[in-house]
Design a binder for this molecule. Sequence first.
Ligand SMILES: *Cc1c(COP(=O)(O)O)cnc(C)c1O
Length: 230
Amino acid sequence: MLKENLLSVKNKIETACKKTGRNVDEITLIAVSKTKPLSDIEELIAYGTMEFGENKVQELVDKYENVSTPVNWHLIGHLQTNKVKYIVDKACLIHSVDSLKLAKEIEKEAVKKNVIANILVQVNVANEDSKFGLESGEVFDLVESISKLSNIKIKGLMTIAPFVENPEGNRGYFRQLKQLSLDIKSKNIDNVDMSILSMGMTNDYEVAIEEGATMVRVGTGIFGERNYNL
Ligand SMILES: *Cc1c(COP(=O)(O)O)cnc(C)c1O
């Protein structure tokens, strides 16, 4: 099942790339393994998957410590400042930075552990009340402030688009995030690159790729439905 799902997702990524003249090598598929057992992760590793996404710090740390092969762990969920110390040296990329307070805590822990923390700034492009992330208009100032921190490297932007039945409904939001990343890139801020655009989930990753995503975060499409009551 996992094998077929993974192949199907990869095929769809390829189709979306062809449609828009992009190279599949530009796209990183993150298998979002939250709530899923280590056995599923091990199986995907056997099929060559090396990028996994988790939204909870504790779950990421548990899986990081117990997996048989070292892989790359992405923290994609909201991060509380008091938990930064547990993951700053374990996550290859923190997708969810949305305040200077959080960035300063990441900086503090990264200095302590002598690592460079790679991060994305999370943008709430659709301005949904229920979502974390900055409004588009606040992003530039935060990026500029974070760029001055020595042990943080800003690699790009991330968004969680609204849940929609028809993924076309999110195309405009993906386009806005891409434009925002181009605007920031054009300012040539030291210590900031805008090479990563993390957008698109099971329901809308193909549209996100057509609009410039370089990382897509796919859970259900690979692992099947999640059961939060386990
Ligand atoms: C759960 C989650 C995903 C994956 O969602 P699916 O719809 O199952 O693909 C992607 N990004 C974030 C931030 C998530 O929390």
